[in-house]
Design a protein around this ligand. Sequence first.
Ligand code: ATP
Ligand code: MG
Length: 240
Amino acid sequence: MMRHLGVLGGTFDPIHSGHLDLAAAARSALALSEVVFVPSHDPPHRAADPHASAFHRFALVALAIDGHPGYRVSDRELARQGRSYTADTLDGLHAEGWAPSQLFFILGADAFAEIATWHAYPAVLDAAHFVVVARPGTTLEQALARTPDLMRRAHPAPGPADAGASTRILLVEARTREISSTMIRRRLAARQPIDGFVPAAVAQHIAAHRLYQTPSSPETLEDNPLETDLHGGNTNIQGA
Ligand code: ATP
Ligand code: MG
């Protein structure tokens, strides 16, 4: 049987239960054999994001998926020097033998709404299927509203059976929990509990290393005191 790989990129600063809902929704809608979580590289020269080091963000993903068969974490963007774009990550997978039609890049509706600003847009859409999952606050209609030209390649998941080698935008109408990393960071900075929003092992690691205790990370602020984060941590945006 042909293998189908889900790829879930993100800052994961930190990973939370909404990310796990996202992976599960895409996996079940598309019968993916595996989902690989790919934490993004630290965007250089950015004061506000990410707040935890790549080491901790990677560790938190590993802890969150421990015990989930078929979930993996990859350091491919962390190991690379400089900024990593989704287009480069997908090209790296092609070089390892994956065909675009075997790859399913998973993202929330809020992230897809920005797709036209991504590096290598629109070519990046030919590098994998794009699996867009509804997120509380952003519907699938809103995800596509800014790029009406893409409507013709968008289909409810699992999409047409005769797709062949072409890649599609596959829409998943699922309910994921209304959780964001921003909300987790705010709660931690305010000394509020995060139980129920992240897996227990993630909460333990955050507490043990006292992560996200201040509203902004002092180490990155020192590096670049005047810079603000204009792009919500999305490393795909050109020139971000
Ligand atoms: P931040 O608040 O820092 O932006 P985030 O919660 O949006 O964090 P990211 O690492 O930015 O998390 O997101 C990675 C991917 O996961 C994106 O495609 C995003 O749309 C998706 N995602 C995150 N949380 C959810 C959720 N609750 N439901 C559906 N998709 C989600
Ligand atoms: Mg986000």
